[in-house]
Design a protein around this ligand. Sequence first.
Ligand SMILES: NC(=O)CC[C@H](N)C(=O)O
Length: 348
Amino acid sequence: MYEVQPMYLVLEDGTCWEGVGPGIEAYGEVVFDTAPVGYPQAVSDPSFAGQIVVFAFPMIGNYGVDLDRLESDRPWASGVVVANMEKETFEGPAFPEWLINNGVGWMDLVDTRRLVVHLREHGSIRGIICSEKRKSFVHPEEIHPVKKVSTKSVMRVGEEDGPKIALIDYGVKRNIVRELVKRGCNVVIYPHDTKAEEILKEEPDGILLSNGPGDPALLVDEIKTVSALLGHKPIAGICLGMQILALAAGGVTEKLKYGHRGANHAVKNVLSGKGFVTSQNHGYAVVESSLAGTGMIVTHINLGDGSVEGIKHEKLPIWGVQFHPEGSPGPLDFEFFFDDFLKSVKGV
Ligand SMILES: NC(=O)CC[C@H](N)C(=O)O
């Protein structure tokens, strides 16, 4: 077991939030997530790298961590803030112990209801979890988090004689890989900085751009690579992957005030009128008006704030979604995204 001590979450706007924790400091953009369950999947989603996640649901840690059902091999969130951390569980490592063992700072007994309202009103903001009250703090030097979470070498999984999918890993969630493998694909996972020629040399049948952390507009080389790939093969993008697609086509992305992170975000297909409940984790969005003249059109919007949730090319097999068709955590209503991708890859 571990001991807890008084800890503070100090935000860049000067507000200080009290709680207790195991004494591990954490630094990052403070964001909130509204999913009630699936916290091990959420914090192991590499898209949370560099972020302190505040869980809006009050009880976290009620069940332990199933190490075989994570979205990567470790928690990537830089910190976790909760109202009520359960200390013991019957199965698997307890959530708070697992965070400590991986060096992730957390805080318990925080007034997360008030904190989430604060973040909604003032927007996501940087902060630090620390053991003394501070008025200001120095920001550690930041490198783009995609560099930290992407694979360092090419990896191959799945059926050797299946459709060959080039998956560019900006911080891929394991469930995206599982969805492809489940459909008999031969998946080649590439580091984020792989050149277009190297990918095309392998003659993939389709290209999938993964989710990932950080500001998409800063990924200048990755955007150039995707521009060079456009038009060669069917290309689909998920979350950061969709944002990179839009930027590669000439569009623009912007930061949302507090983003969408949770397991019940309603989106609408504006072409068919159908609605879907989706899993989401993003802080940036594609600017709809910036797509004019790029060949890309909006296919889905968020029913909460009207922001862009899906795009496609008018003529070519290129499309993307801003939410997570692989769920994990969250609903699988949109799992057919992978079936559509495979149909496009096989040309049926
Ligand atoms: N899950 C993701 O791929 C997130 C994309 C991007 N980092 C954002 O916050 O908008």
